[in-house]
Design a protein around this ligand. Sequence first.
Ligand code: 4NP
Length: 158
Amino acid sequence: MSKSSVLFVCLGNICRSPTADGVFRQLVEQQSLADRILVDSCGTGSFHIGEKPDSRAIKAAAKRDYDLSTLRARQLKPEDFQAFDFILAMDRMNLGVLEAMKPADYHGHVSLFLDFSKQRTHKQVPDPYYEGDEGFELVLDLVEDASRGLLDTIQQRW
Ligand code: 4NP
């Protein structure tokens, strides 16, 4: 039985990547695939290690029935390239960090998360940290769309 593992990466691991983690995890659970797809998230930065997601991210996600409250921020580490076969960045800056850290013999998939999206207006998930509530709604819209595309791709590869 094929298995896959997905790591979502942003800067702080308190807004965008925990949202992707919670949304994609719920989709995986709804499809009864939790034993076949490992889901996690992390940040390239260290400033929020150990913290819960931003309260605005938790609240916006809860309104759509996603629970982010149990997640805790951690930083990207070299071993993540052994553990995950999809490592997906929320924006080009964080993709650059991944490309720089990626071992030469890594055979997984590193790209922007929105490469799996059907919408064509956004290539990156905009950082909502300094924005209002509508920034968090846009993150959810983009992440929900790309999550469906990602799951389709994973299942096609199996
Ligand atoms: P995230 O958002 O990368 O989506 O978690 C941010 C969270 C914190 C900061 C920047 C972005 N910060 O500068 O502390």
